[in-house]
Design a protein around this ligand. Structure first.
Ligand code: FAD
Ligand code: NAP
Ligand code: SF4
Length: 690
């Protein structure tokens, strides 16, 4: 019998060591790196991933010195004392049979701290601090810091280091004229600009010996104007290979680039073609070094296909290892259908990082909380009823059943998923389907008794004689009480997304929260009002955002050429100021840019006065400001209400009155600022204790 995923699970011989498979856990800054007190947690986090069979782990970034800090007091490896602390991590990973490399991250002008340095004194758009321009001696000090960091990593027991040379960080800043205006031996011509990474890799190799992994993360596609040309990328790949790199990892896009590179709307493996391009070129030129491809690879099938197609020698998955520590082990056992798939939402990982919070995962709240959120077997088996199979109910039911309880899950609809069934219809949110696939299987594996199509009443629950009831009944759409809203051309988001009610070519959307934004995207993309959202083909997606072949265009970025909008959409909110201010820190800009591309008009600070017949459509009468005079009328074909949500918990009172222990979770508990992250986290934590 052919083993599953023969390419993905094939070992890779690096000469002095062998990786058990072709899956690299890409570097992620979890926030655990930045405090000594988190080292035990960090060790548990990585050990769990090593136990899950990943071929090679790369840690979150550690600065080689203060100048390289991402923020004040960021994790740093610069002294033997610090190296001793890292032994806890390497020991834990090795005890599980894993391998781990430390990422050396010098942020240069991206440093959110006053000591930041760069090739030239040019402030970045993502930090308020202007970097100090390094002298030639200053550059030499940075190189020595990289080398010292690698030596200390070896002393700490790491199997290797990754030199972060992409994403617009320090090394990348030397490579391009966008950030390097120097006239000395470190600037000007490309051989001068690329001197820094080549010296760093060569001198690290000299310091650590032959039997130590050096991964160089190479920016294949800068996605900024004045980025590297393709010839320069190839030249650098060859030079760092000659200098002693063991593996070349793919870096895509500077942090200041205005093109999404990992968000859920980015098609899977959207950038593997660039790694493939480099691999072909290097092979043609007789250069053999294993290449790692990355970005939006989240299933074993995708990884296997990329390797089978010759795109790369390894695949890098980062966030998928937050979502499921056992990704590789499940693939090996032929249980890919049990993998908890990363949906690329960024909500609990990158959004946390940017808010200075410890990362976790929307679909797996145990990520980075392995020591504190432990799913123990129950001491005494109980009978639970869970009402509602949205994210909260699903997480609660499966966790309770995993612990050995008898669980009955009731869902009024014909299928599980709750509001995720609407979310997954939004263009670019197709990944949400994976969470439903995961839970569908998980319900079977844990033995939850699932009762679909059953809208339970309190009497049913009382008759069931349960030890406790968890109400995960979710929400109802808030009624904005606009006079005239009973017009048949006024619909709620549920009418549109769940019931497929037709929407005309001109639309006004009341409410610009998460759902209002999603609705605007859904309606402006079209093409018609069927239920399935159109998934963008990768080449259409590239055209929409202006991603080009770096061989044709320096940096791989051209003018965006979006498809025309399917409808004329106006998105309204009562509060003044920017639309989408509460959207995710790392994804809000993408949603705003996507709507701008579709020429969605945004109106803020409006009062909804009334709705009534207007011309050949329906009029939404609005005013601005406190005086509420001089109404403006928007003549549209359809008004869609996305005015927020209220908890649905009518079952609570009768159960409490009858003395049944009841717990509210998810939207049934608090609807304000509800998202699936909070719903799943709350449900899992509660179920872990009952
Ligand atoms: P729900 O998902 O509302 O589930 C409640 C379930 O209970 C429903 O299936 C309902 O049928 C069932 N039920 C109710 N009463 C009964 C009864 N008496 N008997 C049996 N069953 C009953 N969140 C994010 O985090 N990120 C996103 O990107 C995101 N995008 C979204 C996009 C859209 C278009 C929508 C609509 C929502 C989105 N959300 C997103 C929000 C997210 O889906 C919700 O926060 C989440 O679903 C709430 O989970 P829940 O389990 O509390 O409730
Ligand atoms: P929301 O984010 O709370 O937005 C509700 C919108 O309706 C706001 O624009 C609000 O702004 C407006 N509104 C509130 N009361 C109103 C009233 N009485 N009349 C008219 N307008 C009113 O809620 P949502 O959009 O329904 O989303 C529900 C939850 O799903 C949110 O908590 C969100 O986090 C989650 N979600 C998340 C994402 C994501 O990408 N992370 C996507 C979709 C949904 P004004 O008061 O200024 O008008
Ligand atoms: Fe993936 Fe979202 Fe989890 Fe981050 S929070 S790892 S993007 S599923």
């Amino acid at each position: 019998m052919t083993p599953p995923y023969p390419h993905l699970l094939a070992p890779l011989d690096l000469g002095f060591t062998t990786l058990p498979n072709r899956v690299l856990m890409g570097s992620m800054h979890t926030g655990l790196e930045d405090s000594k007190k988190h080292f035990t947690r960090m060790a548990a986090f990585y050990a769990e991933r090593a136990r899950g069979g990943v071929g090679l782990i790369v840690t979150g970034g550690f600065a080689p010195n203060i100048e390289g800090w991402a923020k004040p007091f960021a994790g740093t490896l610069a002294t033997p004392r610090a190296a001793v602390r890292h032994r806890e991590i390497t020991g834990a990973v090795h005890a599980e049979g894993g391998k781990i490399a430390l990422q050396i991250l010098h942020t240069g002008r991206y440093g959110y701290q006053p000591f930041c340095v760069a090739p030239s004194r040019i402030q970045s758009p993502i930090s308020p601090f202007t970097p100090r321009e390094l002298s030639a001696r200053g550059i030499e000090r940075q190189i020595r810091a990289f080398v010292r960091c690698a030596r200390l990593a070896r002393e700490a027991g790491y199997d290797g280091v990754e030199v972060m040379g992409s994403e617009g960080y320090f090394i990348n800043q030397f490579l391009v004229t966008h950030t390097n205006h120097r006239k000395d031996d470190w600037g000007g011509s490309y051989p001068h600009r690329m001197r820094l990474p080549v010296e760093i890799v060569a001198r690290i190799r000299e310091a650590v010996g032959r039997d130590f992994i050096i991964i160089y993360r190479l920016s294949l596609l800068d996605l900024i104007p004045d980025g590297s040309s393709w010839d320069e990328v190839v030249l650098l790949a060859k030079a760092v290979t000659d200098a002693g790199a063991t593996l070349l990892n793919s870096g895509i896009g500077w942090h200041e680039a205005r093109i999404p590179t990992i968000a859920t709307s980015v098609p899977r493996a959207a950038f593997a073609w660039v790694t493939q391009k480099l691999r072909r070129q290097l092979h043609a030129d007789g250069v053999r070094i294993p290449l790692v491809t990355s970005n939006r690879i989240n299933t074993p099938e995708v990884g296997e296909q990329l390797l089978a197609d010759g795109c790369a020698d390894l695949v890098s998955l980062a966030r998928p290892f937050l979502a499921d520590a056992d990704f590789v082990a499940k693939a090996q056992r032929g249980q890919a259908d049990q993998i908890n798939t990363c949906i690329a939402c960024n909500q609990a990982c990158l959004d946390h990082t940017f808010a200075n919070r410890i990362s976790s995962c929307l679909v797996n709240p145990r990520a980075c909380h392995e020591l504190e959120l432990v799913i123990h077997p129950a001491r005494a088996k109980k009978r639970f009823a869970v009402v509602g199979a949205g994210p909260a109910g699903l997480a609660a039911a499966t966790t309770l059943a995993e612990r050995g309880h008898e669980v009955h899950l009731y869902e009024a609809a014909a299928d599980i998923g709750g509001q995720f069934n609407m979310a997954r219809r939004i263009p670019g949110k197709e990944e949400f389907d994976e969470t439903l696939r995961y839970f569908r299987r998980r319900l079977q594996v844990t033995g939850v008794a699932l009762h679909l199509g059953q809208r339970v009443e309190s009497a049913d629950l009382l008759a069931g004689g349960y030890d406790a009831v968890l109400l995960a009944t979710g929400v109802t759409a808030r009624d904005p009480r606009i006079p005239g809203q009973d017009d048949p051309r006024v619909l709620s988001y549920v009418d549109v997304l769940q019931h497929g009610r037709p929407v005309g070519p001109r639309v006004a959307i009341v409410g610009a929260g998460g759902i209002g934004f999603d609705m605007a995207e859904y309606l402006s993309v079209g093409p018609d009002l069927g239920h399935a959202s159109p998934t963008l083909a990768p080449e259409v997606w590239r055209r929409e955002w202006g991603v080009a072949d770096p061989e044709a265009q320096r940096g791989g970025v051209v003018r965006a050429a979006p498809e025309p909008a399917a409808r004329v959409v106006t998105l309204l909110q009562r509060k003044p100021g920017k639309h989408g201010a509460a959207l995710g820190k790392t994804t809000g800009w993408i949603h705003r840019a996507a709507l701008k591309m579709k020429q969605v008009e945004m109106l803020a600070g409006v009062n909804y006065e009334r709705i009534g017949a207007q011309g050949d459509g329906v009029g939404l009468f609005i005013t601005f400001g406190e005086s509420r005079r001089d109404a403006t009328v928007l003549e549209v074909d359809t008004v869609v209400l996305c005015a927020g949500q209220e908890p649905r918990r009518e079952l609570q009172a009768p159960l409490v009155a009858a003395g049944v222990p009841v717990q509210l979770i998810g939207g049934a508990d608090v609807a304000t600022e509800l998202d699936a992250k909070r719903a799943i986290d709350q449900a899992t934590r509660l179920a872990a204790t009952l």
